[in-house]
Structures are given as structure tokens and as C-alpha cells.
Design a protein around this ligand. Sequence first.
Ligand code: SF4
Length: 454
Amino acid sequence: MVQSHVSYRWTTSQQGRKVSLATRSVGVNAERTRRLGPVKLEISSDQRFTCQQCGMCCRGAWVVVTPDEAVRYRKLGAARWFSDPTETGDVDPFEPVAHGHFRIRKRKDGACGFLSDDNRCRIHMELGAEAKPLACRVFPFRFHAVEGRPLVTTSASCPTIVRNTGALLVDQAREIGALRAEWARAFPEKAEPLLFAAGRSIDVATLAAIKAALRRMLEPAAGGGEVDLAFAVERMARWLEDLSRHRVTRLPPAAFAEYVELTGRHAAETAAPAPPAPASAVTRLLSRGYLFTVVSVREHVGASANGLARHLRRMRHLAHLHGLAPATDALDRVAPRRVSLDTADPEVRRIVRHALRAAIDGLGTGRRAVIDELAVQAATLAAGIALAAMAVHRQGGDRIDAHALTVGLTAASQLGYADQGALATVLPSLTGGVDALRLVNRWLRPPHRATAEV
Ligand code: SF4
């Protein structure tokens, strides 16, 4: 999984761990940006999080610890609290990975070796919450060193993030800022330039205008009511496709910024948006490869099978996706035809809307172009709904409720654990671009179910 120092520290450690801020609200209402000492962080004004102690993050990716943490835990005899995966006794809980760092060995079931049978962290129990590895305390946050305004994003592999429950992040800004400072000291990172698309750099103000216009598309029209998500998604797709046209991306920076401002306002406010269009056949075909990637990463992260068994499972998944073998216990390409998304349920609509809003708020990490990042987020959302459909179908149901949707989205978001190196480069090409947004729309329009097999 470790491909480079930068991707390793962001995805392997930061996406895999937990932080408990539930009892540490500072009660400061702020706008989406706050000044925290010398650093101004951009934090979503919409996102909430209070750790529910579900322990799911302790069953996700590998937990990376710094050399100092490994030394300290060894001195404190942390091996005593560790479940030995080999059952031979006397195992060092920490195994070396790249750049002098270590990772915590996992139990046989794929969970962190420090997780107790009753779902509690033994380091936390023995030494206190503040003594947990930094990567655990940082999760589900991710910090992106972007020029001018470091960005805080969240991992949807956490169900509390998906359900958007708990205290507003802007009310926890002080604690998040402190974690970010600690993280930056442990893993100093160079700010990445902002790109809208390949070869099209943008400044912070233009990015803010793009995000503001996309957020407006998710808001109800003046006069209230509820936003029609399918129309909103179509608006987003059409506007971004327009911005991505070669003659637009080739405009001089000032002209591009002006074009964003003018067309964004029009696209967000026009009274009669174009009706939702289906995703292209190519995008639908690519979505199979994307889903296969999502499932493969999940099985790799879960480490429930050895290398050969995992390889054979992957072969069975591929054969099924090509129509050459029956469904597996993880992939069923016909299930989406039999199962609908319960869009009559306000909680289901709230979860989908929040996922779209989080995708917008998280744009501009600098790790890939804005247009590619949104395509990856949309494809992951569509894959999560498809996984939810498959799980519901396996249980004999025909409707994705809020719980099933949450489980599907958190499962698909584990893709983030491996979104680095070669996979990070390839991933956008598996999405079909912003047309991937229309994969989500397949679930939002009547009859609220996918109109074709995966
Ligand atoms: S060290 Fe503790 S908090 Fe971190 S993953 Fe392991 S059990 Fe969970």
C-alpha cells in the first residue's frame, strides 16, 4: 500500500484512524474559515462529527505510528495490551514500513491488534485518549496543505460522517487546529498547486467561486421547498462539462475566473434546469471497473483472506462482472435492477445531499484536479449505493433505507485507503469524468432504481 512518503502518510495513516472530539467542543460559532494562530483552516460549515465509539475505524486501514510513538509505546510495554495475531507470543506490535515509520500489526480478523473484544482501544484504556497514536486521534479528518488556506476534509469511511451527526466541525475548530498543527509537525508537507483540470491552474478565489456555485445548486430555490436532487446533480454535471471544454480551460486566468462567475450564477439560478440525462454507455461500463476496484480494495484492507485466496476472489468478481460467472457474496450486477433507493425517506435524501455537499466542500485538496476529484467522489457515491443495493438484495429486500445506504457508502469510501500512487493516477480515468454524477442520478429519478445492470 505504501507508494510514496506523501501518499502514505495521508492515506494509510490519516484515513484509517479515529479522533474523539465528542466532549471537547469549545462552543465557538464561526464561519467556514477560522483563524487559528497563524494558520487559517478551511472547514466545512455543514459537516458534523462526534465520535460514536463504534470502533469501525479500528477495523479499517493500517495504523501508521511515528518512530517516536513506537519508541514510547515499546518503553511503556504496549505489547502487553496487544492481541498477538500469530499466537506464538512475544510479537512486537509495530512493524516497519517506509521512511522510518511503523504500522500496528492487525489481528487475524483485520482489526487493529490493540482493539479489545468489547470494541475499546487498549492504549486509550491504559494511557488515556491523548496517548493514542496521532493517526488515530486525527481520524476522520484529513489535512491538505494547499497554498493560502489549508483544507480540512473528512473520511466517509466513518458512518458518523456519512450520517452527519454530532457537533459542527466549526464548533470544534480549536481542537481540529491543534491536531492539524501536531500533524504538520510530524508530517511536514509542501503546499500543492490548485488545478481545475489538467493544464488549467486556478487561484483560491476562483476555486471558492466554483464551490459556491455548486453549493447553490444543492440549495432549494428562493421561496423554500426541497431541492430536487436529480435536477441539482444534472445542473452540476452540465456546468462542469461546460467549464471543462477545451476552449474554456484555455482562457487566460482572469477570463476563466470571470467565466466561472457568470456561468456559475446562471447555472445555479436558472429557473428551468435541463432534465436529468442518463450517463453515457462508456461511463456505465467504466462503473463496473470502478466497483471492482472498490471491492478489491475493501477485501485487501479487510485482510480476511490470504494473498492467493484474495486473488481467486478477484478472479470470480471479474468473471461475474463480465457475465461469465454467477454473483459472488460481494458483487451482484443484477441486484441494482431489483432494488430501489427509498428517496421518499427524508433521511435517505439528507444522506445523499450531504454526500454531494461534502464532495463539493472537499474540492481543492491539491492532490488532483478539481474536476477529477469531483468525478472520483461521484463515482464512489454511486458505487456505495450499488453496494447497498447488493446487500439489501442479498437479505431479500427491495429498498435501500438510510441504514443500508450508510453501510454502502462507508464501505465504498474505504477506497480512500488505497487512493495513492498508481491507483490515484488511474482512478479518475475509471469514472467517466463528471458524467459519473449521472450514475448517482440513476438512483434519484423515478422509479428510483438503476435502469440497467452494473
Ligand atoms: S491504536 Fe487504538 S484507536 Fe488506534 S486503531 Fe488501534 S484500537 Fe483503534
